[in-house]
Ligand binder design. Sequence first.
Ligand code: ADP
Ligand code: MG
Length: 322
Amino acid sequence: MSPEFNLIKQYFTRPTNHTLLGVGDDAALVQTQVGMQLAISADMLVSGTHFFADTDAYKLGWKSLAVNISDMAAMGAQPKWATLAIALPAIDEKWLAAFSQGFFACADTFNVDLIGGDTTRGPLTISVQIMGEAGVGKSLRRDHAKVGDQIWVSGELGTAALALNALMDKLTLDEKQLETYRKSLEQPEPRVALGLALRDIANSAIDISDGLLSDLGHILEQSEVSAEIYLNDIPCNEYVSSHLHEEPVQKMLLAGGDDYELCFTAPIEMQYKIKELSKQLSLKLTHIGHIIPQKDGASKVVVSDDNGNIIEIKETGFDHFA
Ligand code: ADP
Ligand code: MG
């Protein structure tokens, strides 16, 4: 067998749970359940752009699938199938073993089958496509937010950006803090159960990959509305909350990417259901503001602090071409 096929067989071929034909043929075959739609999305991770070249391979494997699963969560879809296209500079058995272990650990956690892909030589690049099932007319979209909706976020924001800044020596955390916070950056937990539960609750949703202001901004633009949010209500870790008067820390909270929490909007009468859901999932869900009408045809997020002062943040999130 050629080295390429050996590699695919050894590292990327595992038994599947809900697939008719997986890795090994010219294409995979899957069957959606009757009455379900297929939700499809892809995310690419490029060495040096999305991760440090020396990132732990296990964590990279986890993250490359997790960020894709997060898109399914944000749609209210059940993730089921993934393909993996990978460019490798060379065959490094140790690296491949760790990478595939991390990838499959995430796949097992969220019951996703790896059903195919492509393997080539090149600068380290990982491209994953994810497919999931969504109920007809039940997906969580970006364009359905309504004036009067409350804006909510899951978990805590700013943690991944805090860890990234510490790893880049832009600030100092003690060892224990760094160990806790870097998990958000390196092994995000996509909010699949939340996304599924929100199908009957939320009007709109997005996952926060580029930063709250930027991602909430997508909901606003596509829904043709604006938003008011309260800085001090945004859930965050102890470090961020105790340094919230510092501008760079405000930026981590408002514009830091990579947290993969969900931001969603829901009618005010849903708040009790949302609080119940939070208990049920043991996941913090926090009301951070509300949707208001657009002014002069433009969408805007107005951020104010406890004293009613308006906070201005210039960069709202990460943009590869900005
Ligand atoms: P083809 O020559 O038909 O394009 P490939 O040699 O690219 O086939 O791949 C052989 C099989 O292995 C296919 O089923 C493909 O989907 C699968 N495959 C290739 N690379 C990967 C990978 N990195 N992860 C999972 N499956 C893969
Ligand atoms: Mg091929």
